[in-house]
Design a protein around this ligand. Structure first.
Ligand code: NAI
Ligand code: 15L
Length: 272
């Protein structure tokens, strides 16, 4: 496919959206920013749309004329089922309907490690978690990401819309926990991976894990690399300080046993 140039960035006012709207233009994109909250700060020459994913007309207008969508908008932590249903499940469905109606051919979907959060994390010489591991959500939030991935598959099979679903680990400026050391995606690597996902010559629905090339990696990054992603960062530079502060992960702790970490306990416990 031709490399997309104009990209609709949903969730542009959020943490990851704010990082990506700074970093993605350097990869050659002109961004259109969409969020239910006003997008604060310098938006450069980007067009800004303040609207809810529930607003079909606003979504259609937002999608119209773009080459691809990077879909970050939604509730990003555990919440009530009703709130998750509205923002993540119905919202993502409405977005795909707008994409289908307006003839956009590529979506990059911000899935999450929490779609497979109850998968036991590797220990010792265990193999890395493969991309084909079955859905095993740890929260209603994770369940909505399973839905998003399946929705992407449906729209690929039925309507020929290509999606790359990125099961993001933790994308913050720095890792915040010992668990994050295994799943952290630096913002710069995040931009590299989203760029690869937006522009790769791939069709149908592709699912990849999203992280930096961490020494303590828990999952297989080969799918992301096959898109052309070349991670440059490793969380190991933060390891000594975080371990001194929080201690090593305890394999007998329920909050440390699985990929999703503290999302697997009720309620989830900080730090993630
Ligand atoms: P965030 O909570 O900071 O940002 C989400 C944005 O979506 C907010 O600005 C919010 O206003 C917007 N939003 C929520 N509901 C909306 C609606 N109905 N209509 C329009 N906009 C709406 O989350 P963050 O950290 O920026 O994450 C972005 C995406 O990436 C989320 O989908 C999240 O699930 C996913 N993700 C993020 C990870 C991370 O480490 N930051 C890890 C795994 C997945
Ligand atoms: C996610 O899916 C969340 O959106 C993000 O805020 C982090 O908590 C991340 O997972 C994580 O697993 O650390």
């Amino acid at each position: 496919m031709t490399a997309p140039r104009t990209v609709l960035l949903t969730g542009a006012a959020g943490g990851l959206g704010t990082l990506m709207r700074d970093l993605l233009p350097a990869h050659g994109y002109r961004l259109r920013l969409f969020d239910v909250r006003p997008v604060e700060g310098d938006t450069g020459d980007a067009e800004v749309i303040t609207a809810d994913l529930a607003d079909e007309q606003a979504l259609r207008a937002a999608v119209r004329g773009t080459d691809a969508v990077l879909h970050l908008a939604g509730i990003s932590l555990e919440s009530t089922f009703d709130k998750i249903l509205r923002a993540n499940i119905e919202g993502t469905h409405r977005l795909y309907e707008a994409v289908r109606t307006e003839g956009v051919r590529r979506v990059v979907f911000a899935s999450s490690n929490h779609a497979v959060g109850f998968t036991p994390r590797p220990r010792g010489d265990d193999p890395l978690i493969p991309i084909g591991t079955p859905h095993r959500p740890d929260t209603f939030y994770g369940l909505s990401k399973c839905f998003g991935e399946d929705l992407a598959q449906l729209y690929a099979d039925l309507h020929g819309i290509d999606t790359v679903s990125v099961r993001i680990g933790s994308c913050f400026p720095e890792p915040r926990s010992v668990r994050n050391l295994s799943v952290w995606m630096s913002p710069a690597d995040g931009a590299r991976l989203f760029h690869a996902a937006l522009s790769a010559d791939t069709s149908g629905h592709t699912v990849v894990y999203g992280s930096s090339a961490n020494t303590r990696l828990w999952w297989d990054l080969s799918g992301a690399r096959a898109l052309g992603y070349e991670p440059q960062d490793d969380s190991e530079v933060y390891a000594a300080a975080l371990i001194a502060q929080q201690g090593e992960l305890d394999p007998d702790e329920p909050a440390h046993a699985n990929l999703g970490g503290p999302f697997c306990t009720d309620p989830p416990i900080w730090p993630y």
